[in-house]
Design a protein around this ligand. Structure first.
Ligand code: CO8
Length: 255
């Protein structure tokens, strides 16, 4: 199967399993990623991890061998399908972590930037080389990338196709950690830094921070106030305060 959904302890794990083509994305594979996201969302997983099979690539982007036979109608439908699938990932009720184990290029980097957070191996190379194919990113790359790294670097990456190494990506805020050893274990260790916290409160936190991109400051502060009030009204904030005062670890119930 080119897309595999499995379980690693309390986490769902999607593995792009087409290492002979550096896990490149056909339309069929994008569909299967969408189905796997739906299954992960319906499970009791506390986060979703996404990685690529093999030690060379997370994903080398859209499958270039499909490009030449494609008409404009198929192209529009395929781009919309990719954008919708990645938007589904972005809006997932649980957080997601891209475990970038090598190349994350084009649609592969767009998949990674649709995740909540990203870790990468030291050999990772991240870029949007579409310009070299006479194209621009089409799965959200011109929109999510500048929100993460700023317009200057995003324009440079889109206009030159230059790849960043893991250190550069870390400095630019494109990835959150460089992991050593087994990449999935590194991703799991990173996910554990937040996965015991209240899931609804993590969701409010994600929503408040991501809405900052599209919102004027005064409006954003109102969104923050309302989401903070929702968290404050939840049982988990009572448990958090009690646990602090009783000098014990909190036991959140996702309420
Ligand atoms: N599509 C199809 N096959 C690929 C892809 C790809 N994106 N990338 C690698 N492969 C294949 C190669 O053809 C090769 O196959 P084979 O062994 O049969 O010849 C195999 O994977 C191994 O690749 P290489 O031999 O090239 O490995 P290298 O280590 O020499 O190079 C690179 C690795 C640098 C990653 C190189 O493979 C490369 O440049 N790949 C293409 C990267 C790229 O341009 N990605 C962007 C694609 S466009 C895109 O993602 C747009 C997304 C949104 C569009 C919306 C569409 C609807």
């Amino acid at each position: 199967m080119p897309v595999e959904l499995s379980r690693v302890e309390e986490f769902a794990l999607i593995t792009l399993n087409r290492p002979e083509a550096l896990n490149a994305l056909s339309f069929q594979i994008v569909d299967e990623i969408g189905q796997a996201i739906d299954e992960a969302a319906a499970s009791d997983a506390r986060a979703l991890l996404i990685t690529g099979a093999g030690d060379k690539a997370f994903c080398a982007g859209a499958d270039i061998s499909e490009f030449l036979d494609r008409g404009i109608v198929e192209e529009i439908a395929g781009t919309e399908k990719g954008q919708q699938t990645f938007a589904k990932l972005d809006g997932l009720s649980i957080p997601s972590v891209a475990v970038i184990n090598g190349y994350a290029l084009g649609g592969g980097l767009e998949l990674a930037t649709a995740c909540t957070l990203r870790v990468a191996t030291a050999n990772a190379r991240l870029g949007v080389p579409e310009i070299k194919l006479g194209l621009i990113p089409g799965y959200g790359g011109t929109q999510r990338l500048p929100r993460l790294v700023g317009q200057g670097l995003a324009l440079e990456m889109v206009m030159t196709g230059r790849m960043l190494n893991a250190e550069e990506a870390l400095r630019a805020g494109l990835i959150n950690r460089i992991v050593e050893g087994d990449p999935v274990e590194g991703g799991v260790a990173f996910a554990r830094e937040f996965s015991a916290y209240s899931l609804p409160v993590l969701r409010y936190a994600r929503e408040a921070v991501t809405r900052a991109d599209n919102t004027a400051l005064q409006e954003g502060l109102l969104i923050e106030r309302d989401l903070n009030t929702l968290a404050f009204e939840g049982e988990d904030s009572t448990e958090g305060a009690n646990a602090f005062l009783e000098k014990r670890a909190p036991k959140f119930q996702d309420r």
